[in-house]
Each structure stands twice: as C-alpha cells, then as structure tokens.
Design a protein around this ligand. Structure first.
Ligand SMILES: Nc1ncnc2c1ncn2[C@@H]1O[C@H](COP(=O)(O)OP(=O)(O)OP(=O)(O)O)[C@@H](O)[C@H]1O
Length: 173
C-alpha cells in the first residue's frame, strides 16, 4: 500500500485554501474534503454538517482526527484516505501526530508568509474587521512538531506558488 499523506498547515490567511484550489487544477492527487460544522466560504469545499451529526460520527470512530477552532468542529474521515496516491489535507497543527501515528509516509508543509504581506491579504480578503485581523497577527502559535516538516513561502503569484508547491509535493520521497 503505497500512499503519501501531505498535511498542509499554516496561520489563517497564508493561502492554504487558495493553494489547494490551484493545485487541484494541476496535480493528480486525492484532495481530502473535511467535515466541518460551518458553511464553507467560497474558497473551500467541505462537507457541512450539524454539530449533532458531527458528534454521532465522532462517537462511532468515523474520523482519524478531529479538532475544534473558533467554536466549530473539523474532522477527517478514515475512509477518505486512499492507497496508491498522494493524500492532501489541510489540518490544524494540533493534530499532526494523529496522522503520524496512523500512517508511515506523512509530510507536513507549513505555509508561511511575512507579517506585512499576510496583513495586506487579510485586509483584502475582507472577512474580518481590522481589530480581528490585528488580533490574528499578534497571536502566538505553538511550535510545529512534525517528523518531516517543510516550510513553504506563498509569496509568489498564486499560479507560480501552486506550481512550486506541486513540484515540492512530487519530490517528497
Ligand atoms: N499567492 C497569493 N497571492 C496573492 N493573494 C493570495 C495568494 N494566496 C492567497 N491569496 C489571497 O489571500 C487571502 C487568504 O487566502 P486563503 O483564504 O486561501 O487563506 P487560508 O490560509 O485558507 O485562510 P483560513 O485558514 O483563514 O481559511 C485570500 O483573499 C486569497 O485570495
């Protein structure tokens, strides 16, 4: 069973969803949809379900991993991981070890940006107020603990960055 698991992590607004959307157009891989208890925004493709349904699935061991963020719950189903392909998942840094426990070839790509560029992108995205954006930028994140950790700067145009990310993912051995 030859499969790779590529975990994408990174602060809010660094471009995880945008990169995934571009990658889908140029890379043949299993892009895993997350189960989330909130309506997806235009950039995302999730399975949207109620909190009640989420907890029934969780109790029945449907998820490899689940976490909460900003009052919503997120889960990755066991049956979404496929053999003989690259499985790509956007997750919380808090659950990296759950995948490393379960699978062999797990790579974590930390998407990063300098603070000024991130701030400009968050303002342009217009999803939050300036105060909420400042709070996000001042948040301190826990250090990422991962076996195979790679940093990736999303500081080119989205097309260029997606191409570079594709090359990186293909090169993972
Ligand atoms: N390479 C890029 N060049 C210019 N703009 C970008 C690039 N990548 C992403 N963006 C823009 O930055 C904003 C944030 O991107 P996106 O929503 O994909 O981030 P995210 O990491 O998925 O955030 P969240 O974790 O909050 O969902 C969006 O408005 C997106 O269009």
């Amino acid at each position: 069973m030859n499969k790779k698991i590529v975990l994408l992590v990174g602060a809010s607004g660094v471009g995880k969803d945008s990169l995934l959307n571009e990658l889908k157009k140029i890379l043949d891989a299993n892009f895993i949809k997350r189960y989330i208890t909130r309506v997806p925004d235009i950039n995302e493709t999730n399975y949207y379900l109620s909190k009640e349904a989420f907890f029934i699935l969780k109790q029945n061991s449907f998820f490899i991993s689940s976490w909460s963020a900003h009052g919503n719950f997120y889960g990755i189903s066991k049956n979404s991981i496929k053999d003989d392909t690259i499985n790509i998942i956007s997750i919380s840094r808090a659950v990296i070890q759950e995948f490393e426990k379960e699978f062999e070839n797990v790579y974590t790509i930390n998407i990063v940006l300098d603070k000024d560029t991130l701030k400009k992108r968050l303002i342009k995205r217009n999803r939050e107020t300036l105060t909420q954006i400042e709070n996000r930028l001042n948040r301190t994140y826990t250090k990422i603990e991962a076996k195979n950790l790679i940093e990736f700067y999303n500081d080119n145009s989205i097309n260029e960055s997606a191409k570079k990310l594709k090359e990186l993912i293909i090169s993972l051995k």
